[in-house]
Design a protein around this ligand. Structure first.
Ligand code: NAG
Ligand code: NAG
Ligand code: NAG
Ligand code: NAG
Ligand code: NAG
Ligand code: NAG
Ligand code: NAG
Ligand code: NAG
Length: 455
């Protein structure tokens, strides 16, 4: 693995029977962990070790890999997110977030019909969760903070109980030897924000996010060395505003996946939402870097959903289509962050739907990360296909704009494991090589990977 010039965080996921599967197509971040050995934690080692000296719970028998193959400061971690794992939906002052609301309101929003508040109980059992992560031999833990706990209503009054709670969570994780990555938003802003001003469709979202982030930096930044502003903002904009697969479930009639969309514009809103999420990230990173970084000595990044788009054939049209698909998903955030502007292919194919970055915005966005977080799980084969000509002559939609269609099979052989969203291990290497080539080998962490099953 010597080709990996950057340091990575591997986050493995374990299906937790209580977890919800959020929308078939995107239910990948699940579960806390099971248990495992660590040098730090000899009690755990005794209870879980086998007689085989080579056995290593991080790399089960037969993989031919052991922990010692990696540098000791290489981070292996597990992940939870407030929305999916805390439970305690309305406890200690918390209000509903957009998923709490959506899961109640939309039939089919979750595969098993549960609402997030009925899944997991890490709000109360966080300490046991941390033991389990450390017990796996991991040295990192990625958690998230619920905005709807810190600011449960629009008064801009901080909920002190929430601050106390996360202080305890953070201290407990650090005591157990876990390096923590703290995410501020995992598609879980408070519902009142959508209700009062339509969430990230409105620039006010940027201002409110910065207020919330500032409170978190001030309260927890003395101990948090890795901040992640947004988790999968790139994916969220499409699922929530183009196809009604995520809250708020807005889209153009005829494009929806789950239930009818009463309102929305799949051809423009995803671009506006992502534009605002990018600006919220940039303003927050700017705040952190100017006000906190020197004294707190931490770093800040963003975690992007990256699906690998493998060209179906080597024709120039398929090669170009897979590059466009990558631009529309990953380049949409990383090109502005590294080069100050949206990808050229987006300007060409998204047409008027794509907002422009002013020179002031561009300057703030450029260089706004200390590391890139990549959620890398699935891949598809991609070929050029004009949906507008073939299927949807009378509409526009973010997902159709790149004129790239996807399939999970080539010559009847599926690209990976699964039957819908394929888990494909080799894309981790491909993705890192792409980052190395396209984005200056920038420090990167795999902030999510693994496989999920539909139970
Ligand atoms: C791994 O191999 C050891 C030695 O053969 C065995 O005792 C242990 O149960 C195996 N563990 C797993 C998880 O298969
Ligand atoms: C609930 O869903 C209906 C459509 O099924 C929609 O009209 C309504 O706006 C939604 N309400 C909320 C609060 O999300
Ligand atoms: C809003 O939240 C704050 C902080 O928890 C609380 O003090 C205040 O009473 C809440 N106001 C309303 C109107 O619910
Ligand atoms: C955005 O939100 C603000 C404050 O909540 C409101 O005054 C304004 O009208 C909203 N703008 C749009 C375009 O909806
Ligand atoms: C800041 O962090 C770096 C890297 O983690 C560490 O080497 C250094 O000692 C830290 N400096 C302070 C002042 O804490
Ligand atoms: C495309 O070309 C590359 C490089 O020569 C090769 O590795 C790959 O197998 C080709 N793919 C297809 C589908 O022919
Ligand atoms: C698109 O609009 C045209 C003109 O209104 C209409 O004739 C055609 O049937 C529409 N096509 C589809 C697929 O809805
Ligand atoms: C793929 O499978 C179908 C149905 O089993 C068969 O008709 C077809 O010939 C196969 N194609 C290739 C390229 O193997």
């Amino acid at each position: 693995m010597s080709y990996m010039a950057t340091r990575f965080l591997y986050l493995f996921f374990f299906l937790n029977s209580a977890s919800i599967l959020l929308h078939g197509s995107r239910s990948h971040s699940l579960g806390t962990s099971t248990s495992k050995t660590t040098k730090r934690n000899s009690m755990m080692l005794n209870s879980f070790s086998s007689s085989d000296d080579d056995y290593d719970n991080l790399f089960p028998n037969g993989t031919g890999i052991v922990r010692a193959d990696f540098p000791s400061d290489f981070l292996f971690g597990a992940i939870t997110s407030a929305m999916k794992h805390e439970g305690a939906e309305l406890e200690d002052g918390k209000s509903l977030n957009i998923w709490d609301q959506y899961a109640r309101n939309v039939t089919g929003a979750t595969l098993d019909g549960l609402i997030p508040g009925e899944c997991g109980d890490s709000y109360h059992q966080y300490s046991e969760d941390h033991d389990l992560v450390a017990g796996l031999g991991m040295n990192a833990y990625r958690m998230s903070i619920a905005w709807s706990r810190i600011y449960p209503n629009s008064t801009h009054l901080v909920n002190d109980i929430a601050i106390e709670h996360y202080n305890k969570v953070i201290d407990d994780a650090l005591e157990k030897g876990l390096e923590i990555f703290v995410t501020l938003w995992t598609q879980d802003h408070p519902h009142y924000i959508d209700e009062t001003y339509m969430g990230p469709l409105n620039y006010t979202f940027v201002e409110d996010f910065v207020i919330y982030a500032n409170t978190c930096f001030a309260a927890f930044g003395d101990r948090v060395k890795y901040w992640i502003t947004f988790d999968e903002p790139n994916d969220y904009a499409g699922l929530g505003y183009a196809t009604n697969q995520n809250p708020p479930g807005r889209c153009t009639t005829g494009i929806e996946n789950y239930g009818k969309c009463w309102e929305g514009d799949s051809g423009t809103e995803p671009y506006i939402v992502r534009h605002h999420l990018l600006l919220a990230h940039a303003e927050t990173a700017h705040l952190y870097k100017t006000r906190y970084q020197e004294s707190q000595n931490g770093s800040i990044g963003i975690a992007l959903w990256h699906r690998w788009f493998e060209p179906l054939t080597n024709t120039s049209s398929d090669l170009a289509a897979s590059q466009r698909a990558t631009d529309f998903l990953l380049g949409w955030f990383l090109d502005p962050i590294f080069y100050g502007d949206y990808p050229a292919s987006m300007k060409e194919y998204a047409g008027d739907g794509l907002p422009e970055l002013s020179s002031e915005e561009s300057a703030k966005v450029k260089g706004s990360v200390d590391f890139i977080g990549l959620n890398v799980i699935t891949a598809f084969y991609v070929y050029e296909y004009d949906f507008y000509e073939e299927d949807y002559p009378n509409t526009t939609c973010y997902y159709l704009d790149p004129k790239a269609a996807m399939t999970g099979e080539r010559d009847n052989v599926s690209i990976g494991v699964g039957n819908h969203d394929y888990a494909v291990p080799w894309i981790i290497r491909k993705t890192l090589e792409y980052i190395k080539y396209k984005y200056h080998n920038f420090p990167s962490y795999i902030t999510q990977t693994g496989e999920w099953n539909h139970i």
